[in-house]
Design a protein around this ligand. Structure first.
Ligand SMILES: [Fe+2]
Length: 159
């Protein structure tokens, strides 16, 4: 019997590692969970896993932004813009109308992992360092209302 020549590439997976920590416990915990959700993206349940991930991104961004705002982080506005740019990129990707395939799921996972690592290790880390040198007390734990008020909700409309 003739085998197909299609070579399945190994899934693109980047695991969370302690080197991604920025030193703000809540943010680190949420970033870790984001990596888990990115890893869980799969073609068989793509709609559900993408929605779960986006909901959590909204919650995480809201929490992170609240922490920054409450602590008086000077680069808060610029950081907000980075989150919004990310949202726009994801909206473009998802709004292209291209059907899901294994490759497309991999593409999304690759984009999300790369963006997350670049963002965490540059911009979130800057916040972590700033907070470490500006707050003597433990940072408060903030809890955003789930989705609804995030920019994804605005971009994609009420779901
Ligand atoms: Fe961030």
């Amino acid at each position: 019997m003739k085998e197909t020549l299609e070579v399945k590439k190994a899934p693109y997976v980047i695991e969370w590692r302690d080197g991604f920590k920025i030193g703000v416990a809540q943010v680190d915990q949420e970033h870790r969970h984001l990596f888990t959700l990115v890893r869980a993206l799969n073609l068989a349940s793509v709609d559900q896993t993408v929605e779960e991930l986006l909901d959590y991104v909204v919650t995480h961004f809201s929490n992170e932004q609240e922490l920054m705002e409450k602590s008086g982080y000077p680069a808060f506005e610029q950081h907000l813009k980075l989150h919004e740019e990310f949202a726009a990129q994801v909206a473009d990707f998802l709004g292209s109308g291209i059907e899901w395939s294994e490759e497309r799921v991999q593409e999304l996972r690759r984009f999300l992992n790369k963006w997350l690592i670049g963002h965490i290790m540059t911009h979130d880390l800057r916040f972590g360092k700033w907070q470490a040198s500006h707050s003597a007390v433990e940072s408060p734990v903030v809890q955003a209302a789930p989705a609804a008020r995030g920019f994804f909700a605005r971009l994609f409309g009420a779901r």
